[in-house]
Design a protein around this ligand. Structure first.
Ligand SMILES: [Zn+2]
Length: 88
């Protein structure tokens, strides 16, 4: 029986450090395949390659919230600002 080395890729969560070895197909031939598999099982991978698994604890929710744009500023309760230029 021949024995040969293989290279494979796994995705690791930036928040908790868990990898995708326990989910579906753990061995991936390329980083792109690993990322696609992780997205398929519900992991979040940002454009700058930050990875957040699908855990829903406070630490993971905080990491996802940090990716969101800031909440809109209300000048009047319940109404968004029109962003009018006040110099004209
Ligand atoms: Zn995680």
């Amino acid at each position: 029986m021949p024995i040969s080395p293989r290279t494979f890729h796994v995705v690791t969560c930036d928040v908790c450090g868990n990898d995708d070895m326990d989910d579906l197909i753990p061995l991936h031939d390329s980083p792109a395949e690993a990322a696609a598999s992780a997205r398929h099982i519900g992991w979040l991978i940002t454009a700058d390659h930050m990875v957040i698994c699908r855990a829903t604890d406070e630490e993971h929710r905080t990491a996802v919230d940090a990716l969101l744009p800031p909440a809109p500023r209300f000048e009047v309760e319940g109404q968004l600002s029109l962003h009018l230029d006040s110099t004209t």
